[in-house]
Design a protein around this ligand. Structure first.
Ligand code: NAD
Ligand code: GLY
Length: 360
């Protein structure tokens, strides 16, 4: 098992990464109150709810479970209300700990419920997708979607501990595994050219889910995220780099309908657009964009975005949380392995970048 520490300004907590740790009660014994509320969805519940419940039961923890419908389409106010209903019905109080068992959708919603129920109760992240293990469970971003924009309602609220059980990835569908790989590639592009080379060499083994290689990648990404969150918990500066590909990606998700394009798929296509923008801004070689596209293809990810009108792209991108004083900001790549936030007010440049892929 590997363990890391996140030193966020508001709170310091461990991340544990290993096989079968979901049932290792000793890893969260110190962090759990008298009562636990497990929040999960109907897909994850089939695999992992009973083992977690058994572990709590064996250690005399009183608990109840709230099982939500599966999917990004349910990352909304209705599901949040169901969580509050369950917490109130079971008389959850400030000594109750929420256990978020699932992917990024469950982690983000359960985290937001924890941040807001009775003005904040403790929560533990138990991520079960690659995406949530390398990204969403770490760093305390919690949210639900609004029909007009992704993750528009949320809070920064850190978990007490993160338990990334790698063996849960064995049941993850291939498409979801690829979606998580987009965020792994994102880390390499934004901050680590050596890791980029490592990924190019090891992508076949990663896609076969070889446990030792996978453990190395998950731990590396978590360490990169922990380092960034330690410097900038609330995204005032360097944390914004983690949004590489996300301004374009969120536009794709919102335009296509939540869940139509998986988050990671949209981010993958968004990273290609970020490369194209960087070609124009800094003369990033077109060959570098091709290198990124080749790596995305190795991970069975899309390297071409869907086509929709320039006006729709702009409408969605103007809702981005990086918009500052009405100006759109994008994470760009002066070179592969180094990212920079740029304000773009040259609409012709954006139009050019999107022209190749846009139904004008
Ligand atoms: P998800 O939570 O929808 O999970 C993907 C699918 O896999 C779902 O159908 C889920 O039920 C299923 N699943 C989960 N674990 C499984 C397992 N072990 N075996 C079989 N099936 C399993 O999606 P995701 O990709 O994990 O997360 C995407 C979400 O994360 C988006 O809403 C995105 O906005 C958010 N996100 C948040 C952050 C953050 O910092 N908070 C970062 C990146 C992404
Ligand atoms: N996934 C982006 C962030 O956590 O900041």
């Amino acid at each position: 098992m590997k363990s890391l520490t996140v030193q966020a300004a508001s709170h310091r907590y461990p991340i544990y990464i290993g096989e079968g740790i979901l049932q290792d009660f000793s890893l969260f014994q110190q962090k759990i109150g008298k009562k636990a509320a497990i929040i999960t969805n109907d897909v994850v519940a089939q695999w992992y709810l009973q083992p977690l419940e058994s572990s709590l039961h064996a250690h005399g923890i009183e608990f109840f479970s709230i099982v939500l419908p599966d999917g990004e389409i349910h990352k909304n106010n209705d599901s949040l209300q169901k969580i509050y209903d369950g917490l109130l019905t079971h008389h959850a109080d400030r000594q109750t700990t929420i256990l978020a068992l699932g992917g990024g959708v469950i982690g983000d919603m359960a985290g937001f419920a924890a941040a807001t129920y009775q003005r904040g109760i403790p929560f533990i992240q138990i991520p079960t997708t690659l995406l949530s293990q390398v990204d969403s469970s770490v760093g305390g971003k919690t949210a639900i979607n609004h029909p007009l924009g992704k993750n528009m309602i949320g809070a920064f609220y850190q978990p007490q501990v993160v338990l990334a059980d790698l063996s849960t990835l064995n049941t993850l569908p291939d498409k979801e595994f690829s979606s998580g790989m987009a965020e792994v590639i994102k880390y390499a592009l934004l901050g680590d050219a050596v890791f980029l080379q490592w990924l190019e060499q090891n992508m076949p083994a990663l896609m076969q889910r070889q446990p030792d290689i996978l453990a190395e990648a998950v731990a590396h990404c978590c360490q990169m995220k922990a380092d960034i969150v330690a410097q900038d918990e609330t995204e005032q500066n360097v944390r914004a780099l983690l949004n590489l590909g996300h301004t374009f990606g969120h536009a794709i998700e919102t335009e296509m309908g939540y869940g139509t394009w998986l988050h990671g798929e949209a981010v993958a296509a968004g990273m290609v657009l970020a490369c194209r923008l960087s070609e124009r801004l800094y003369q990033l070689p077109a060959g570098d964009t091709e290198r990124v596209k080749a790596l995305l293809r190795q991970a069975a990810l899309p390297d071409v975005p869907p086509a929709f009108s320039f006006d729709r792209w702009l409408t969605h991108m103007r809702h981005d949380k990086k918009v500052h004083s009405g100006k759109m900001r994008f994470v760009t790549l002066p070179q592969l392995g180094r990212a920079k936030v740029e304000t773009i007010d040259d609409m012709d440049m954006l139009r050019e970048v999107l022209r190749e892929y846009t139904d004008f």
